[in-house]
Design a protein around this ligand. Structure first.
Ligand code: PLP
Length: 392
């Protein structure tokens, strides 16, 4: 019996347990101080009424013999896949319902997609970024090449012609930096992928936060992307589905490698290893794309973006370098006085009672930076910023 040795190459994921321990120790020593958490990447507003109503209705359907449903299509019910196509049509992107795959969230698909690629691929991954890309590629034993985000490139790495990648991960708006690629920058990536016969894995989990009409919310708004990109999106941040679980992945039929349509491979993978998302959840997800549901989720996104605005205004006032927070729920700031990410974490906890996320937790390139999240409650954000101002 041999284990997958690649698992032994993973770094232990201590980030959030170290944060929890530090916060608990501080609370025990300072029981009267109120801790404000701006570290979490989870939403705080509940599901919107249109979603709740649709799910109630679906529960009732499941309880009646005439409308009960058992196994559904592994790739998702047609009603939801068509709703996703309608959403893309509004972005000016034409996709067919058999190019949409409904899943229980982007994290699963981002990890599972590696099933359809060979393990000896060269994989380009931004640093810093959502750690799941790195860990899943380590598990699969792929050859990872990092592309560095830094203050000079606005944490938006550009193609490096000296590298010939097979797979390229892009995340825009980015977690953790909140940086967003514009159309020209994404076009360079699409051209580069086409030149190298590579595939872009485009994570658009935060696209709903883009309010600047000139910024792309889907990679398919770029010419040629349907021949080189798979897009992953999620209702987690879009509609508060972090606990409800639903996402979707787009695999265009025109994406062909080694004479094979990747759409066919992914369909085969999903129908073999996945049995679909609950009917009740898919009905809730469908409601997100109705006029009423969409207006309701937009108002929640407005709330988070207003939180982000309160944070960025404070950082601007304090003269702190940051990126993100405008078309994204994350604000990525440079730690003052050359502090390391963890030094700044301790400083902020002890002096402002604010908890954020040390940038070093998102890759070596995050050292010296810090992530604040706009997903908190308004009063907490306001109090946190008051405390921050007092530090000056
Ligand atoms: N992609 C990015 C960039 C994320 O930050 C997250 C969650 O934090 C995900 C994907 C996963 O989302 P889901 O809840 O759909 O699995």
């Amino acid at each position: 019996m041999n284990i997958n040795q690649h698992f032994l190459n993973l770094n232990d994921s201590y980030l959030f347990s170290i944060i929890a321990k530090k916060v608990n120790d501080y609370k025990a020593a300072n029981p009267d101080n109120m801790i404000i958490r701006l570290g979490i990447g989870d939403v705080t507003l509940p599901l919107v009424p249109a979603v709740v109503e649709a799910m109630h209705h679906a529960v009732s359907e499941m309880g009646r013999a005439e409308t009960f449903r058992g196994y559904g299509e592994e790739q998702g019910y047609l009603f939801l896949r068509q709703a996703v196509c309608g959403y893309y049509a509004k972005k000016g992107v034409t996709i067919q319902d058999d190019e949409v795959f409904i899943s229980d969230g982007a994290k699963s698909d981002l990890g599972n997609i590696l099933d359809i690629f060979a393990p000896d691929n060269t994989v380009l991954i931004p640093d810093p970024v959502y750690p799941v890309y790195v860990d899943t590629n380590i598990m699969a034993g792929c050859n990872i090449v990092y592309m560095n985000g830094n203050a000079d490139n606005g944490f938006l790495p550009q193609p490096d012609k000296s590298i010939r990648p097979d797979i390229i991960y892009l995340c825009s708006p980015n977690n953790p930096t909140g940086a967003v690629y514009n159309k020209e920058q994404l076009s360079l990536w699409v051209d580069y992928a086409l030149e190298n016969n590579a595939v872009i894995l485009f994570d658009s989990a935060y696209e709903i936060f883009i309010r600047d009409a000139n910024l792309p919310t889907s990679i398919y708004q770029i010419d040629g992307a349907d021949k080189c990109a798979i897009e992953f999106c999620s209702l987690s941040k879009m509609a508060g589905f972090t606990g409800t679980r639903c996402g979707y992945t787009i695999v265009p039929r025109s994406l062909i490698r080694s004479g094979t349509a990747l759409n066919k491979l992914w369909l085969r993978r999903q129908t073999t290893k996945f049995n679909g998302v609950p009917y009740i959840v898919q009905r809730g997800a469908e409601a997100v794309f109705t006029g009423e549901g969409f207006a309701q989720i937009q108002s929640n996104i407005d709330y988070y973006l207003q939180n982000a605005r309160i944070i960025t205004d404070t950082l601007t006032e304090l003269g702190t370098w940051f990126t993100g927070g405008i078309n994204a729920p994350y604000i990525w700031l440079k730690c003052p006085d050359s502090m390391s990410s963890w030094e700044f974490f301790d400083y902020l906890l002890e002096n402002a009672n604010v908890v954020g996320t040390p940038g070093a937790g998102f890759g070596a390139g995050g050292e010296g930076f810090f992530r604040l999240s706009a997903f908190g409650h308004r009063e907490s954000v306001i109090t946190a910023m008051k405390n921050l101002r007092k530090l000056k």
